[in-house]
Structures are given as structure tokens and as C-alpha cells.
Design a protein around this ligand. Structure first.
Ligand SMILES: O=C(O)c1ccccc1NCC(=O)[C@H](O)[C@H](O)COP(=O)(O)O
Length: 222
């Protein structure tokens, strides 16, 4: 049986884009709760955007160094299924927040020029050990400012044993999706700027082409 690579589209701000994500057959939608981001949505907007979602679509809330109170405020209004920590959160702070709100969490590992494969294994172990709610690493490219950067990192750094449980992100696009899935074989992929017309404004045709490219890579996998 072939593996079905799960697909998350991040940085959604408009209901028509969410409709396009669902129509294309992606699995998860991401909301950015980082006020400095051009893709920021308020808890009220997220509540509106998640109303009437079909079952089995995961809703991921992306945070950068949040307090527990920040997360509680969002969860009071928007039904997030998973948290994504994208800042400098320690294993203990992720574990404490996730336990307090009883949600699984993804931890972004931001990969820069000096990151090694051993660093990634160590990083994953630290978060996995800290919490039973740790759901996996989301591998992203380190850039100076936080944000969907559209930049790719060196995929050969991903340890083989980690690949089947990571979410691969950072500079994915319609053009490189098939190659990324074929080479890395991740659990899931995550994209933001590669399916955008402008920051926070998605493009339905690119979303659909990206999902098709990932599914095509799955179908040709032996
Ligand atoms: O999207 C943002 O504005 C953002 C702000 C703060 C931290 C992270 C942010 N985005 C991360 C993502 O959207 C994705 O998880 C990932 O980096 C993919 O981005 P891209 O390279 O644009 O596909």
C-alpha cells in the first residue's frame, strides 16, 4: 500500500481559500496567531473561518512564543485541533502549555546553515521526551524574520529515521513538491507562500496543483 502524504496549507485568512483547500483534498489548515505576520488572524476571525468545516480537516494554530493565556484566548473561540510552536519555545514550555489545554503540538525546527542531522535528532528527542502530546517536528528554513519564507533548506540533512514522522515545509511549491515527497518521504508537507498570490491571499489553482503534485508523488512510490 502506498503512503498518503498528508498536506497542510498554512496562513489562511479567507473563507474562499479554505474552500479551495478542502476542494483540493488537503488534510489540514493553518492559522497564524502571530500579530506581526501579514497572515495574522484574530481569534474571532479564526472562529468565523472554522465555522462549518467538514469533519476530518485538522485545524492548526501557529504561535510564536505564546503565553498560556494567549492560547486559551484563541481556544475559547476557535476549535484548534493542533498547536504549532514556531518560536523559541523550550521543550518544557511546549509541554506545559499543551498539557494545560490538552492539545497535541508540532514543534518547528528552523534549519540554518550550521544545523546538522544530529541536531535534528537531538531536538526531536528533547520534545518527544518532554511531552506525550508532542506530535512531531515541522522542518522549516531558518530565516532572519519569522514567516513563511518560500526558502528551501538542504533536505539531505533530514535523518532517514526521522523522515516518516516529520512535516516537511520551507519553500515548497508546485514545481518542487513531487521531488520533495519522492526524496524525503515525509509524513506530511506544509506550504504557505508557494500557493499565494500575495501574503495571506491564496491561489486556488496553485493549491489544487500542489495537492495533485503531492498525490502524484505518492502514486508513483514503490
Ligand atoms: O506565515 C507566517 O507569516 C509565519 C509567521 C511566523 C512564524 C511562522 C510563519 N509561517 C510558517 C509557515 O507558514 C509554514 O509553517 C512554513 O514555514 C512554510 O512556509 P513557506 O516557506 O512559505 O511555504
Amino acid at each position: 500500500m502506498t503512503h498518503r502524504t498528508r498536506i497542510k496549507i498554512c496562513g489562511l485568512t479567507r473563507s474562499e481559500d479554505i474552500a479551495a483547500v478542502i476542494a483540493a483534498g488537503a488534510d489540514a489548515i493553518g492559522f497564524v496567531f502571530y500579530p506581526k505576520s501579514p497572515r495574522y488572524v484574530t481569534p474571532q476571525q479564526a472562529a468565523q473561518l472554522t465555522r462549518g468545516l467538514p469533519p476530518f480537516i485538522s485545524t492548526v494554530g501557529l504561535f510564536v512564543n505564546p503565553s498560556l493565556e494567549d492560547i486559551r484566548q484563541v481556544l475559547q473561540q476557535a476549535p484548534l485541533s493542533i498547536l504549532q510552536f514556531h518560536g523559541d519555545e523550550t521543550p518544557q514550555s511546549c509541554a506545559d502549555i499543551a498539557a494545560a489545554v490538552n492539545r497535541p503540538f508540532l514543534r518547528a525546527a528552523r534549519i540554518g546553515p550550521s544545523t546538522t542531522s544530529a541536531d535534528l535528532l537531538e531536538y526531536e528527542l528533547a520534545y518527544r521526551t518532554a511531552s506525550p502530546l508532542f506530535a512531531g517536528l515541522l522542518l522549516d528554513t531558518l530565516v532572519e524574520q519569522y514567516g513563511g519564507s518560500g526558502k528551501v533548506f538542504d533536505w539531505s540533512l533530514i535523518p532517514e529515521e526521522l523522515a516518516p514522522r516529520v512535516v516537511l515545509s520551507g519553500g515548497l511549491s508546485v514545481q518542487n513538491a513531487t521531488d520533495a515527497v519522492a526524496r524525503v518521504r515525509p509524513y506530511a508537507v506544509d506550504i504557505s507562500s508557494g500557493v499565494e498570490q500575495a501574503k495571506g491571499i491564496k491561489d486556488a489553482a496553485r493549491i489544487s496543483a500542489f495537492v495533485a503534485a503531492v498525490h502524484a508523488a505518492d502514486a508513483s512510490r514503490i
